[in-house]
Design a protein. Structure first.
Length: 52
């Protein structure tokens, strides 16, 4: 996410490493959130719904 520092993004590496949802510092000009997903489950459910 270093490529987004031009936007004022400041990532808190401790939060990122702890797998928290909010990844930015208090001084960051923008907010970055981690969206937790289970992609395999979504694909399986979508496939199930298509073939039933």
């Amino acid at each position: 996410m270093e490529n987004f520092t031009f936007l004022g993004l400041e990532v808190d590496q401790a939060k990122n490493n702890a797998n928290e949802t909010l990844l930015t510092t208090e001084n960051s000009k923008v907010t970055a959130l981690k969206i937790h997903t289970n992609e395999e489950l979504v694909i399986a459910l979508d496939t199930h719904n298509l073939i039933k």
